[in-house]
Design a protein around this ligand. Structure first.
Ligand code: XMP
Ligand code: MG
Length: 179
């Protein structure tokens, strides 16, 4: 598994430091708001887990699984809800936790869905942002790192369901996915 990594981008320590920073920020801004924190499965599961442990105010969690039709390294913008939320978002302050924003298509679809369900507010926390690849006008409200246009894995992020369990984030060798 480690042989497939070209370069480590962020170590476990760097990730933890950034997640603590984001958690502290959210703790201030969501004090007394009892936000509904939504994990977008599967990629955000480790980030979500670490993030909420760094939020010191009351909150609720829920999970959503979406799949975007397209190849495994590129999304098409057509999103299917595989697992919906368990609770209504109407009147709630919602925080969407995403692993990475690439084209932005997945997220803009999700925001649309939650707006139509009358969420009181919607904020996006993304651990990684690849602004170069954006095709829709969308900026995360809270961001971990801006990264170059490379395919990254680890800390929840996968290629073909592999590498999610790496505790760091690295660039996958292109030969792994280019054949
Ligand atoms: P869009 O293009 O809709 O895509 O913003 C967001 C989703 O695409 C996946 N994605 C990646 N997954 N390494 C990954 O493991 C990457 O470098 C990468 N870039 C995009 C991811 O599932 C994300 O939620
Ligand atoms: Mg994925």
């Amino acid at each position: 598994m480690l042989n497939d990594i070209q370069e480590v981008l962020y170590s476990e320590e760097e990730l933890q430091a950034k997640v603590a920073e984001l958690g502290a920020q959210l703790s201030v801004e969501y004090a007394d708001k009892n936000p509904l924190v939504i994990c977008v499965l599967k990629g955000a599961f480790i980030f979500m887990s670490d993030l909420v442990q760094n939020i010191t105010v009351p909150l609720e969690l829920d999970f959503m699984a979406v799949s975007s039709y397209g190849s495994s390294t590129k999304s098409s913008g057509v999103v299917k809800i595989l697992k919906d939320l368990d609770v209504p978002v109407e009147g709630r302050h919602v925080i969407i936790v995403e692993d990475i924003i690439d084209s932005g298509l997945t997220l803009s679809y999700l925001i649309d869905v939650l707006e139509r369900r009358n969420a009181l507010s919607i904020a996006v926390v993304a651990l990684f942002d690849k602004p170069k690849r954006r095709t829709v006008d969308l900026e995360p409200d809270y961001k971990g790192f801006t990264i170059p246009d490379e395919f990254v894995v680890g800390y929840g992020l996968d290629y073909a369901e592999k590498y999610r369990n790496l505790p760091f984030v690295g660039i996958l060798k292109p030969e792994i996915y280019s054949h």
